[in-house]
Design a protein around this ligand. Structure first.
Ligand code: ADP
Ligand code: MG
Ligand code: MG
Length: 255
């Protein structure tokens, strides 16, 4: 059983207009096997939270903590965080020209496990995972995300997730831009990873439609840099009807 603890996290970023505070006291605890949905207006800092946990250098932690089983994530390099069991499926996956999917995945697996996977088992696992995600085997030889459609990029993220078997996965709008079939395939991949590894999931989403496929145990509203409300799955339905306006600071407008 693992625990991810985010405690009173304050994060800012340097912008052209000066320093901007984005996270304003975010606090959350996630245990193995739990799925948390994080819903909130555009620009409230959800991706910033995801990037901060993953160790993106742009985001500066002013105060607060992030612990994985008591270990200070914020002191670790991004690859140490991955090795500790944290995985981020990015909202906008980056293209890596010149690096094939197969090499990238094998390198990542070797790094995360601390040893190279046995080649035969690995090839089998990779091929089967791609097949389940309805990915053309040709993708293994293509450069990471280069020229992939939006849906293909999201599948490639879930492929990583299934192969790397993290303790905690942050899925940043993994559902956005997917048609119904792709949404189902991607969700099935996440659910398989949940069942196989017992990982905890933090799922950032704007839409309740993914919650029909990936059932959250807990739903949070995230607004203006912090978690402002927590409830059960029914909270997502309420949000669909009421929107986020009631959670925004006076004068602000959700997009
Ligand atoms: P969300 O994912 O909830 O839509 P983000 O975390 O992407 O929100 O962004 C929160 C706020 O911080 C936005 O106003 C955004 O413009 C700003 N922001 C995020 N990252 C950067 C950055 N690297 N440089 C400047 N501003 C940023
Ligand atoms: Mg956004
Ligand atoms: Mg975002």
């Amino acid at each position: 059983m693992s625990t991810l603890e985010i405690k009173d996290l304050h994060v800012s970023v340097e912008t052209k207009e000066g320093r901007k505070q984005i996270l304003k006291g975010a606090t959350l605890t996630v245990h193995s096997g739990e799925t948390h949905a994080i819903m909130g207006p555009n620009g409230s800092g959800k991706s910033t939270l995801a990037y901060t946990l993953a160790g993106h250098p742009k985001y500066e932690v002013d105060s607060g903590q992030a612990l994985l089983d008591g270990h200070d994530l914020l002191k670790m390099t991004p690859d140490e965080r991955a090795k500790a069991g944290l995985f981020l499926a990015m909202q906008y996956p980056v293209e890596v020209p010149g690096v094939s999917m197969t090499n990238f995945l094998r390198t990542a697996k070797t790094e995360v496990d601390g040893k190279a996977p046995a080649i035969r088992q690995w090839t089998k696992d990779l091929n089967e995972a791609m097949k389940r995600l309805r990915m053309d085997p040709k993708f293994a030889q293509r450069s990471v995300n280069e020229g992939f459609s939006g849906g293909e990029k999201k599948r490639a993220e879930v492929l990583q997730l299934e192969l790397l078997k993290p303790k905690f996965a942050i899925l940043d709008e993994t559902d956005s831009g997917l048609d119904v079939d792709a949404l189902r395939i991607v969700s099935e991949g996440v659910n398989r990873a949940k069942e196989n590894t017992g990982m905890g999931v933090l799922m950032v989403t704007h839409y309740t439609r993914i919650l029909k496929y990936i059932k959250p145990d807990i739903v949070h509203v995230f607004a203006d840099g912090r978690f402002v409300k927590t409830g059960g799955p029914e909270l997502a339905d309420t949000l669909e009807e009421t929107g986020y306006d009631q959670y925004l600071p006076e004068g602000a407008d959700s997009e």
